[in-house]
Every structure is written in structure tokens, then in C-alpha cells.
Design a protein around this ligand. Structure first.
Ligand SMILES: Nc1ncnc2c1ncn2[C@@H]1O[C@H](COP(=O)(O)OP(=O)(O)OP(=O)(O)O)[C@@H](O)[C@H]1O
Ligand SMILES: [Mg+2]
Length: 642
């Protein structure tokens, strides 16, 4: 591009950026407030509003997760978090409930919000996202004030109640020592002339958003929180002169917005006392000899469980504990949501590699399983499926285990186990080991084993992890794979399944109502085809006397659905779907085995094999290399005993 064009681009952007922002005196500002009193907001209210303005809605009844995961409870969803965070609805709604209560000036507005959870559960990411919501939002402040204080604080106490009535707002707080100095020395106390400006919150420019990293005891210095005295100015001005102050600590910068305390309990106790004063008194110490300074901000801290427990066990920390609202941020325990985390990672990265079907499911099964506690009611895999909202079929029925009972059985579930970061590292490792720029369930299982051996130190947990990968996940994957390959052998799978379904339903209905059925084509009357019904039912272990119940259940279920105007298909009723799939897959099983395993194929077999591979690639999302890899894996590991 020629220079001219670059310049044009730059100038255009600059013009676009220049929105006119308010600049005037306090008197002008009063006019602004008079027109729109809603601009007067304390920090919690502003943050709450900014996030809610993105949209809040109830999880719709049509969302299957509402019934299956949340037990029908009303779940509020916040659009602001939706695209970035998965399976965290409960955590997010707790955070929002805190902000909401605090914005009504409840006790919460004087508390530290603490996110506590295991590594890689998303605490930092959540806090970062919350901070980002303020970025670019406009607010007004006293010009030249390092605290960027609310301009109405300039109004003297004696006049406040009058102004509050006139403007229909509440005025809470006082000006900083710096602003006071300017007022008295440069403006002769004529506060109505004090310059006021409008600006925006900005994390990078340190306006209204501040972050305090953990510090070791030696280098720890409260100036990070409250600023310091500028020694070079101390010989120019007296010690208590505000002009010596450098108010650039986190609580100065974060006034009116957010102060984040990263890994809060890694800090010394003295440090924490400042934090507590800031919330409880809404005041922070000033460096040197000045008075306390008014502070209004949302304080968000995070830590992990070990730090929390250590801190909590110390008797002397009680006062601080009392001023903390703790929200637990556990790992995700729903594999479908866990998968979305990795999809997000991969989308946001430079990753161009091929990810074979089921790969992310395999890793997510492993991470979720590693986080679950054993249940008395079922095995771990079943528990994982129920937590994922899946229906587990047993003896032709949906297994009746209440997700709530499972949850109540344990405490602290999701607070330990394999982290999201561990999984990402494994995906990276699998990719860098791959010569074909792909990751498959097979290669990821190898990578997981390797990572566990290298990184998991705890002997017991390492054993558990290896068993999960090499037994539970692997066997579950083999089941999926066997079905997938068999399915790929069935030409026009969906249509065949639907035809079987229609046929089954006709026969079962006739059977259940003791009637004959009409052939769909010839209109001939026939008795229900018992052999056919049985061949479907036996797929899910229904035989003998249980068949009557099953047939009338299916019929009743389908007709109830149809009466409500819902369309039914072979997937409508989980037990029947499983039976039909089993039937179809069973019908090609032997062929699948022979054709896949054999080293030499005749023409007919070669064609079938070719069709199957094509289906895997064109319909199921494999590429040539990944299809080859999983087929090899299947022929080495499946169909062993036949
Ligand atoms: N439920 C989730 N939804 C979306 N992303 C998630 C979720 N859980 C974790 N992540 C992602 O995992 C990564 C690691 O999370 P983060 O760094 O926030 O963890 P953390 O809880 O702060 O851990 P640590 O204690 O190690 O600091 C982030 O990129 C985050 O976006
Ligand atoms: Mg973190």
C-alpha cells in the first residue's frame, strides 16, 4: 500500500475515535446529573448494570439441560458470559447475585468477593472477563484527582441533603486529599468551579481497573495498594502536603471500578488488613501523614483450596474471614460443556490440525472422570453420563438414578482432578508427535498416558488416572468406535433406522391394542410380526414377560408425544433408539469385522470397505489419515474373540 493510503487509514480511525466527551465545571456537571440522575452509581451497581445490559434471560424450558442437569430449577443466564464460559451457570449466577445484593447496598457491598477453586477452573479467566466488561464504559470524575473521585463529593456536607433532593440521587463519600488541596489552594474553595471531565474505564491505562499480583514477603510493600510519598518532593513540600503523594496504588487506580487481588492469600496479613479496611470502612490509608481516603470499588480475589484452608485454619484470621464472600469455582463435570472449553481453545489458537471425531470427547471423558467421586448407586462411567444429561438404558428402561441424589452423595466434587491446562498440554503434545498434522482419539489417549506419567506426582492419583485412560475411557471409546464403523457399513443408515422404527411402532401398537395391522403398501391385514418385534427388543435385553410392558410403554409414549403435536422419529425414545441401532449395527457386525480385519479382500468386500471409508470421511468428519488410524486401531483391538 502506498503511504497515502496508510495515512488515510490512520486519520479515519482517529476521527472515529474522537467522540465528544463532557468537560466543564461542577456547575455544568450538576446540569448533566439533573438530566440523567442514573449516571450516579456506586461501583457494584455500575458493574452489575453493565453486565446485565448485555442481556439476562431464564434458561428456556425447551433446553434439555434445564430438566436433566438443573433438575427443573430456574436458571438465570447472562449473555455477557455465554460465549466464553461453559458449564458454569451456577458460579456465574452466584457472582451476579453477589453484585446485585451489593448494588442494593447490602452487607455485600462491604465484602470481598473471593473465587476459590482448583487450578485451571477458570477463576482468572472469569475475573478478567468481569474486568473487561467495564473497559470503555464512560464515567465522570474530578479533574486532576488521582482517585478519579465522583464530582458530587465536592458538595459540602451541609448542602448535600438539599442537592440529593434536587437531583434525586444519593451522595456518599468524600474528596481525596489531592482534590481538597486543589480546591483550597487553587480555587479558593469555590467548588462549583472545579473542573470535571468524562472519561472511560480502561484496564491498560489504569483507569478504574486495577490488579494486584501476589508478592513475596520480602518485596511486599503496601505502596502497591495505596501509593507512596514521592521522596523527591519531600524537600519541596511539608510532609503532610498532598502534593508529595503519588496515589498510584491499586486502590487509587481501581476506585469506582474493580480491584483484583490475584492469589490473595499468598500475601502477608498486613497487606490483607488494608484490603479489609477498604471494604469495611470504604476507606483506605493514605501514605504519609494524611487522612484516610474514601474508596468505592468491587474487590475480587481468587485463590485455590489449599491456600484457603491454610488461611482459614489460622485463628487470627477470623476478622478477615468474616469479610469475605466465598464462591466456589469447581471444574466442569458435564462432558458436553467440557468439550466446548477445548473447542474454544482450539478456535482461538493457531491450530490448523485435523481433529478426528470423538477426540475431544475422549479427553473430556478423562478429565471429568478424574474429577468425580465414586458412587454407591452406579459405576463412575454411568455417573459421568448422568451428569452429562444422558439417559442410561438398563434392561430396556431408562435407568432411574436421580442426578440430585448422586450430587448429594458427595461433597466437594469437582474441586480436584485433572485440569483444563493439563488437557491442553496433552492435545499440544499429541499434535507435535503427529507426522500427519492431526489428533485422533488414539493418539490423544497415548498422549494422556504420557502426560500422566510425566506430570502426576501423587502415586495414588497417577494410578487412578492411568486406569481411567487405559480401561474406562478406552473401553468406552472402543464401544463408540465399533458402532461408528458398523454404522458406516450400513448404507443410508438414518433412513433404514427410521423405516425400522415405523415398522416397529405399527407392530407394537397393533400388539398392544390387540388389533391387526394394515400393510402400508398392500393394505392387507396382518397379525403383528412377533419375530420382528422380538429381534428388536432383544437388543436391549427385553424378553419373556417384560415385552408386553415395553410395547405398551413405547406406544403410549409415542402417541402422547404426537398428541402434543411433536414429531416422533427413531430417536424419540431412548430405549427404542438404542434397540434399533443395536439391530442395525448387529446386522452388519460380522461383515464389518471380516471386511475390516482381512488383509486380502475380494471385489465385493473391497467395494464395501471403500464405501465405509468414504462414509467416514464424507459424513462423519474424518480425513483419510484419521480414518486409516482408527480403522487400524479397530482391527487390532475389536472383535478379538470372534
Ligand atoms: N468452564 C469453563 N469455561 C470456559 N473456559 C474455561 C472454563 N474453565 C476453564 N476455562 C479456561 O481454562 C483456562 C485456565 O483457566 P484460568 O487460568 O482462569 O484458571 P484459574 O482458575 O485461574 O487457575 P489457577 O488457580 O491455576 O490460576 C482459561 O483459558 C479458561 O478460559
Ligand atoms: Mg489463575
Amino acid at each position: 500500500m502506498p503511504k497515502q493510503k496508510f495515512l488515510k487509514l490512520i486519520e479515519e480511525q482517529r476521527k472515529g475515535k474522537k467522540v465528544s466527551r463532557f468537560e466543564g465545571t461542577l456547575l455544568d456537571y450538576l446540569d448533566v446529573v439533573n438530566k440523567d440522575p442514573s449516571i450516579i452509581q456506586l461501583s457494584h451497581r455500575r458493574l452489575c448494570n453493565v453486565i446485565e445490559e448485555w442481556g439476562v434471560y431464564d434458561m428456556p424450558d425447551t433446553d434439555p439441560r434445564k430438566r436433566k442437569i438443573f433438575d427443573g430449577e430456574n436458571i438465570k443466564l447472562f449473555k455477557y458470559f455465554e460465549k466464553e464460559f461453559f458449564g458454569m451457570e451456577n458460579v456465574i449466577s452466584k457472582i451476579m447475585r453477589f453484585l446485585h445484593a451489593a448494588s442494593l447496598k447490602g452487607e455485600e457491598s462491604r465484602q470481598v468477593l473471593l473465587l476459590m477453586g482448583p487450578v485451571g477452573a477458570g477463576k482468572s479467566a472469569l475475573t478478567e472477563h468481569i474486568k473487561k466488561s467495564l473497559d470503555g464504559i464512560s464515567y465522570y470524575h474530578i479533574k486532576g484527582d488521582p482517585q478519579r473521585g465522583e464530582p458530587l463529593h465536592l458538595i459540602p456536607r451541609a448542602l448535600r441533603s438539599k442537592f440529593e433532593k434536587l437531583l434525586n440521587v444519593k451522595i456518599e463519600g468524600d474528596i481525596s486529599p489531592v482534590a481538597r488541596h486543589i480546591l483550597l489552594n487553587e480555587l479558593d474553595g469555590e467548588y462549583e468551579k472545579f473542573p470535571i471531565i468524562e472519561t472511560t474505564f480502561s484496564q491498560r491505562a489504569r483507569r478504574g481497573i486495577a490488579s494486584v499480583p501476589p508478592m513475596d514477603a520480602n518485596s511486599q510493600d503496601v505502596s502497591v495498594l495505596i501509593g507512596s510519598e514521592d521522596i523527591s518532593k519531600l524537600d519541596k513540600y511539608p510532609e503532610d502536603d498532598p502534593r508529595v503523594l503519588s496515589l498510584n496504588g491499586a486502590f487509587n487506580v481501581g476506585n469506582r471500578g474493580i480491584v483484583e487481588m490475584i492469589e490473595i492469600f499468598k500475601n502477608e496479613i498486613e497487606f490483607l488488613h488494608t484490603v479489609i479496611t477498604a471494604t469495611q470502612e470504604k476507606r483506605i490509608p493514605s501514605p504519609g501523614k494524611n487522612d484516610l481516603i474514601y474508596f468505592d470499588g468491587v474487590i475480587i480475589a481468587h485463590c485455590n483450596e489449599a491456600e484457603w484452608n491454610r488461611f482459614r485454619s489460622e485463628h487470627t484470621n477470623e476478622a478477615i474471614l468474616d469479610r469475605i464472600v466465598k464462591i466456589e469455582v469447581p471444574y466442569v463435570l458435564e462432558i458436553d460443556e467440557e468439550i466446548k472449553i477445548y473447542e474454544k481453545f482450539l478456535e482461538g489458537s493457531e491450530f490448523t490440525a485435523h481433529i478426528a471425531p470423538h477426540t475431544l470427547r475422549v479427553v473430556s471423558m478423562f478429565s471429568v472422570l478424574s474429577r468425580l467421586k465414586q458412587s454407591q448407586k452406579c459405576d463412575l462411567l454411568t455417573k459421568m453420563k448422568i451428569y452429562n444429561g444422558e439417559e442410561v438404558i438398563e434392561k430396556g428402561r431408562v435407568k432411574k438414578i436421580d442426578i440430585k441424589d448422586l450430587r448429594e452423595e458427595t461433597r466437594n466434587e469437582g474441586m480436584s482432578g485433572i485440569s483444563t491446562r493439563f488437557i491442553m498440554k496433552s492435545i499440544d503434545a499429541a499434535l507435535s508427535d503427529s507426522e500427519k498434522n492431526m489428533v485422533t482419539p488414539v493418539s490423544i489417549m497415548d498422549a494422556l498416558v504420557k502426560q500422566v506419567k510425566e506430570q502426576v506426582v501423587d502415586e495414588e492419583f497417577r494410578k487412578t488416572c492411568l486406569e481411567l485412560i487405559q480401561k474406562v475411557v478406552r473401553e468406552e471409546y472402543l464401544r463408540v468406535l465399533e458402532n461408528e464403523i458398523a454404522k458406516a457399513f450400513v448404507a443410508a443408515y438414518e433412513e433404514q433406522a427410521q423405516a425400522l422404527f415405523d415398522n416397529y411402532l405399527d407392530n407394537a401398537e397393533a400388539y398392544a391394542t390387540h388389533q391387526k395391522l394394515k400393510d402400508r403398501v398392500t393394505k392387507e391385514e396382518m397379525v403383528p410380526d412377533e419375530a420382528f418385534l422380538k429381534s428388536i427388543e432383544e437388543q436391549i435385553g427385553i424378553s419373556g414377560s417384560s415385552k408386553d410392558g415395553f410395547r405398551s410403554d413405547v406406544t403410549a409414549y409415542m402417541f402422547a408425544k404426537m398428541r402434543r403435536g411433536a414429531k416422533v422419529n427413531y430417536k424419540s425414545y431412548e430405549p427404542l433408539k438404542e434397540a434399533i441401532e443395536g439391530y442395525l449395527i448387529g446386522s452388519v457386525k460380522d461383515m464389518a469385522r471380516i471386511v475390516t480385519k482381512s488383509k486380502t479382500r475380494d471385489d465385493e468386500q473391497q467395494k464395501k470397505y471403500g464405501d465405509m471409508v468414504r462414509t467416514l470421511i464424507e459424513e462423519y468428519g474424518y480425513n483419510e489419515n484419521s480414518a486409516e488410524e482408527i480403522i487400524t486401531f479397530a482391527s487390532n483391538n475389536l472383535w478379538r474373540d470372534s
